[in-house]
Design a protein around this ligand. Structure first.
Ligand code: FMN
Length: 392
């Protein structure tokens, strides 16, 4: 079954990701992975760092002549800053040595202090280099493979921003479809609704003027997901639980809901569930709404999958506001950095897509198996055929 592991520090030589369990015969190119990684750098409100952190990739295992071999796929994402200058060489040298200047002013809202206490470090860099969201570049590379696998059975995963600070998309507005993803990506905040997007850009400008930051909410949508991924039989096989854990693992994500999760909690039961009917045209059971986000009892229902992720405002601010402590002296200090991003919500949406794709691909493989893509596709379409006439 599909699983992946990332390694590497933000200012080290490279990030590495190993993706294991992909079937043989999946067509993939370096350019496709690169294109997906370029989407992670999108978004108004991000600083110049995104321009010099270009992702230089090398496929170093598991792919031959443009298709997977069934062996682990290894991808290296070189840190171009490392190769273009020697700025980080001494600081991040794996050989024995010491830092020139330990970071001891721990930043609130970051992993610095808890990580130093947990691992017994005196330099916050020992923690923050790995805790940094740069690691999500490796996840997005893995996600490109998961998406390619899902496409072989006509599943598409996309995302769009539905809230930035207080500016939000009207819930009645139509959602984008996979064909409209380019339009989402072309928008400076990756929002499908132009009026809401304008309000979001204005909110970012206002926050930037104040040296402040913004959080927001993204919605990930899964199209063409078959019935029955995940299971009701065990807590750790429920697909809603797997999706939630995966999306919550993204840096700065503090809330995840499936469908209208938090909103339905305030409704009466009579208007909180998706009614079921038999659709004579498609000869399928259908739900009349997407309140449950395409899952029931820990299994996918065959309806649109809806996963939302709430991201906190970035903790590093462009103005000295947040109180902290210097761990070397225990004296009070103020956390501050010049020239940091105002928001990373549009980029987080791409990472959330990735995490959803990785979970759905792993569960699709658990259900359909197959050592080759052809076998995986055959098993998926055989199962689909059993659903004709309702699947009884
Ligand atoms: C794509 C992306 C980019 C991020 N960029 C920043 C940033 O520029 N500044 C910042 O303070 N936090 C940034 N974060 C969030 C921090 O990495 C995160 O808040 C921190 O590691 C602590 O983890 P936690 O918020 O999950 O507790 C980013 C997160 C993501 C997903």
């Amino acid at each position: 079954m599909l699983r992946f592991l990332t390694a590497g520090e933000s200012h080290g030589q490279a990030l590495v990701v190993i993706v294991e369990g992909l079937p043989a015969g999946l067509h993939i190119t370096l350019e496709e992975i690169q294109a997906e990684m370029g989407r992670r750098r999108l978004g108004y409100g991000r600083g110049p760092r995104q321009r010099f952190e270009v992702d230089e990739l090398a496929l170093i295992g598991g792919v031959r002549h443009g298709r997977t071999l069934g062996s682990p796929v290894a991808i290296e994402i070189k840190n171009t800053e490392w190769f273009r200058s020697d700025k980080w060489h001494a600081e991040m040298d794996p050989a024995p040595g010491a830092t020139a200047a330990a970071l001891t002013q721990v930043r609130p809202g970051h992993a610095d202090l808890a990580g130093m206490q947990k691992y017994g470090f005196t330099d916050a860099r020992d923690v923050l280099e790995r805790a940094s969201a740069r690691e999500t570049a490796a996840r997005v590379a893995a996600g490109a493979l998961a998406k390619a696998l899902l496409r072989t059975i006509d599943i598409e995963i996309i995302s769009h921003v539905i809230q930035m600070g207080a500016a939000r998309v009207d819930p009645e507005t139509a959602r984008p479809t996979p064909d409209e993803l380019d339009r989402v990506d072309e928008n400076p905040v990756r929002c499908f609704d132009i009026a809401a997007a304008d309000a979001m850009v204005a909110a970012i400008k206002d926050a930037a003027k104040e040296g402040d930051s913004l959080g927001g909410v993204v919605e990930v949508l899964g199209f063409g997901i078959p019935v029955g991924l995940g299971s009701h039989v065990h807590w750790d096989r429920k697909i809603d639980a797997l999706l939630t854990q995966a999306v919550m693992s993204i840096q700065a994500v503090k809330g995840v809901e499936i469908g209208d999760g938090f909103d339905v909690a305030g409704r009466l039961g009579s208007v909180a569930h998706d009614a079921i009917h038999w659709d004579t045209e498609t000869e399928r059971y259908r739900r009349r709404s997407t309140l449950a986000g395409g899952t029931e009892g820990g299994m996918t229902t065959g309806e649109l999958l809806v996963v939302r992720a709430a991201m906190k405002p970035l903790a590093t601010l462009n103005r000295p506001t947040l109180e902290t402590v210097d761990t070397a002296t225990k004296e009070s200090a103020v956390s501050f950095k010049e020239r940091t991003d105002v928001t990373a919500v549009p980029a987080m949406g791409v990472v959330a897509e990735t995490m959803v794709a990785l979970v759905v691909a792993a569960e699709a493989q658990r259900k359909f198996g197959g050592d080759s893509v052809a076998e995986f596709q055959r098993n998926a379409s055989n199962f689909e055929a059993t659903l004709i006439d309702g699947g009884r």
